[in-house]
Design a protein around this ligand. Structure first.
Ligand SMILES: [Zn+2]
Length: 126
């Protein structure tokens, strides 16, 4: 039993339990937080504590992975939100265009447009 308190960071306590149980090998006296991290993708050796590979930007920690996933989900929901807004704006624009064309058809003096332009219809949504 240590005579002073032990302070664990990040996954150190988990690893300590796994080492004690013999599930993983002991890392010797080297502190886990000071170990370089080898990228599983490109084999680049990254500084201790790196969250992403400096060479290929692969995630190196679970926290970085979870953060990246959350950012992607946020971005996807933003894109969907903007897509819905864009469709609504396009629909409104088409309706207004139809109204203007109808008005001009009943009273061509409202616009000094060429006949060909008046016959042009907006593209229909698929
Ligand atoms: Zn890499």
């Amino acid at each position: 039993m240590p005579s002073v308190y032990l302070h664990y960071f990040d996954t150190e306590s988990c690893n300590s339990i796994l080492e004690t149980s013999g599930i993983i090998k002991k890392k010797g006296n080297q502190a886990l937080g000071l170990m370089s991290i080898r990228c599983p993708g490109c084999k680049e050796l990254n500084k201790p504590g790196s969250r992403f590979c400096t060479k290929c930007e692969m995630v190196l920690t679970y926290d970085a992975y979870a953060e990246t996933l959350a950012k992607e989900q946020h971005r996807d929901s933003e894109i969907n939100h903007l897509r819905v807004k864009l469709e609504a704006v396009q629909e409104e624009q088409n309706q207004r265009f139809d109204q203007v064309i109808e008005m001009i058809r009943y009273n061509p003096k409202l616009a000094r447009l060429k006949r060909e332009v008046l016959m042009t219809r907006p593209l229909k949504k698929k």
